[in-house]
Design a protein around this ligand. Structure first.
Ligand code: ATP
Length: 258
């Protein structure tokens, strides 16, 4: 059965990463990573601790500079563009660990996100509709919120910038499973406003539930790319842990069916 993500793949990719290599000092954190994210899909990067997932997301957002390779957004090479200018074009990230301003209120944190917002459907009021507990707590300091509530504010702060592609780094980190479910339960409403999602997730089951495509990293290299329905648990396990004897299902960066 064809899905909206299938239809989208007939179009040009919204975001493309070509042969990316990123170093932290002497350490090669990413080695030859390529991927294509199509409009309307949820593309998930999985991998163990230190695999390079956050480095990849942060490089797409402009927070790390690649040694080689390119980041192309909507057909334009943005590799040399500053992070704030990428945000203006619609590349907006929810960073690992939320990174809210703890001494500012919920609403002030949302206002920070709205400062350089693109025009679009997302406003602070719309975020309050998405998270209906938030209006009552709008004056509360962010530091006083629970982890799940802080994650919601961090998502709201990104949404009010009106992203075209939303980069989500480890939403589930440190949260109870029920809270994670609630947070991910918001994805359809976010996608419904035309936002494309590229997420990093250590929890493979969670990624498999929400993603149209998966891409596994291991020590900075691609080990698997494919649709959740067309990769076996053994393939995912082998790609995640680097087990010998199980071939990856597809070369990374092909963008289509493995
Ligand atoms: P985690 O799930 O633990 O966040 P990850 O897959 O996101 O892991 P990265 O955070 O991208 O992995 O790290 C990839 C490698 O780069 C690791 O070996 C990490 O120690 C190293 N690294 C990441 N950031 C830096 C930095 N700012 N300076 C030096 N090394 C770094």
């Amino acid at each position: 059965m064809s899905t909206p993500a299938d239809a989208a793949q007939a179009a040009a990719p919204l975001l493309e990463v070509r042969d990316l290599e990123v170093h932290h000092g002497q350490l090669r954190a990413l080695d030859g990573i390529s991927l294509r994210v199509f409009p309307g899909e949820v593309y998930a990067i999985i991998g163990a601790n230190g695999a390079g997932k956050s480095t990849l997301l942060r490089t797409i957002a402009g927070l790390h500079h690649p040694t080689t390779g390119t980041v192309v957004f909507d057909g334009q090479d943005v590799t040399g563009l500053r992070p704030d200018l990428r945000a203006r074009q619609g590349i907006v990230m929810v960073p690992e660990g939320r990174r809210l301003f703890g001494s500012l209120s919920v609403e002030e944190n949302l206002q920070v996100g709205a400062t350089y917002a693109r025009p679009g459907p997302w406003t602070i009021e719309r975020v309050y509709e998405l998270f209906d507990w938030m209006p009552e707590r709008r004056a509360q300091r962010a530091a006083q919120l629970s982890g799940g509530e802080q994650q919601a504010v961090a998502i709201g702060r990104a949404l009010v910038a009106n992203p075209r592609v939303l980069l989500l780094d480890e939403l589930s980190l440190g949260l109870a499973p029920v809270v994670v479910q609630r947070i991910y339960g918001m994805l359809p409403q976010i996608l419904g406003t035309g936002v494309t999602v590229l997420l990093v997730e250590q929890d493979v089951s969670q990624a498999m539930r929400v993603a149209s495509r998966l891409h596994c990293l291991l020590e900075g290299r691609s080990t698997l790319e494919g649709r959740p329905a067309s990769v076996t648990p053994d393939q995912v396990e082998a790609a995640y842990f680097g087990l010998a004897g199980v071939a990856p299902s597809a070369p990374a960066g092909e963008g289509g069916e493995p």
